[in-house]
Design a protein around this ligand. Structure first.
Ligand code: IPE
Ligand code: IPE
Ligand code: MG
Length: 246
């Protein structure tokens, strides 16, 4: 499927889509206009990554800490998610994309929860690509939720290893991200995929998310291709990941 001249290509790219607000403020627009522009940008980013042969994409759209923003902005972000699902679900389905939502889900409105469930159910057998949207997602909340459910299920301590914990995370069944891209210039994870990013490669760019286009994506992929991943050992490894402990 990959037509890419860049190699190796990350199997899973996760993106912290930051800088929408500043993009809007620079233009004298309300922050929500930045979120709309950012959402518009998603389609072409996915297309470009797919053309390069990336199979898993995860997008950080709303963090558990983003509830601390003014209610009007939070409402705007929820409305944008609902509209994006309405508009894009069938298109993704036609392109063989499986959709996932990573996050709490229960704090979304009933209507939005129904939309999310429908999109996941409709696309569940698609195999060309998996697109996960992290919404009301926090890495710490995810780990806490997993621990609570492990205890509720009465799992004995000797059975708790990395693969068991993995299977209790929102990301169960997804490979760990190989490359994490952050737009908007900050050099931090902001509670994104804390457990899963243990050996991810990082790429940060000052470009605001609505302006992050194909050229920038290729720059990130080239940077990734030049990294030597050792996973704690002494030799470079390809496509494998750290040896599980426990
Ligand atoms: C990222 O853009 C989107 C969300 C966090 C929802 P921001 O809204 O954080 O934009 P900046 O960082 O304020 O520019
Ligand atoms: C991270 O961006 C969350 C998303 C992109 C959804 P933030 O703008 O919330 O992160 P901080 O507050 O700068 O760390
Ligand atoms: Mg931000």
């Amino acid at each position: 499927m990959s037509e890419s001249k860049i190699a190796p290509i990350p199997n899973h790219v996760a993106i912290i889509m930051d800088g929408n607000g500043r993009w809007a403020e620079q233009r004298g627009l309300p922050r929500v206009a930045g979120h709309r522009a950012g959402t518009e940008n998603i389609r072409q980013v996915i297309r470009c990554l797919a053309e390069h042969g990336v199979h898993y994409i995860t997008l950080f759209a709303f963090s558990t800490e983003n509830w601390n923003r003014p209610a009007s902005e939070v409402k705007g972000l929820f409305r944008i998610l609902g509209r994006a699902i309405d508009r894009e679900t069938n298109i993704f389905h036609e392109h063989g994309v499986r959709l996932f939502l990573l996050g709490r889900v229960d704090r979304l409105s009933d209507r939005l929860q129904r939309k999310v469930k429908h999109a996941i159910e409709l696309t569940k057998d698609n195999t060309d690509m998996t697109l996960s949207v992290a919404f009301d997602y926090g890495g710490r909340a995810e780990i806490l939720d997993a621990v609570k459910r492990i205890i509720q299920d009465g799992i004995p301590p000797q059975d708790i290893d990395e693969s068991l914990l993995n299977s209790y995370l929102y990301t169960a069944g997804l490979p760990d991200p190989d490359l994490i891209i952050r737009t908007g210039g900050e050099m931090r994870l902001s509670n994104f995929l804390l457990w899963q990013s243990a050996y991810s490669e990082y790429y940060a760019t000052p470009t605001f998310w609505p302006d992050f286009g194909s050229e920038e994506i290729e720059r990130a992929l080239v940077a990734y291709a030049q990294r030597e991943r050792r996973f704690g050992g002494l030799e470079a490894q390809r496509e494998t990941g750290p040896r599980p402990q426990g």
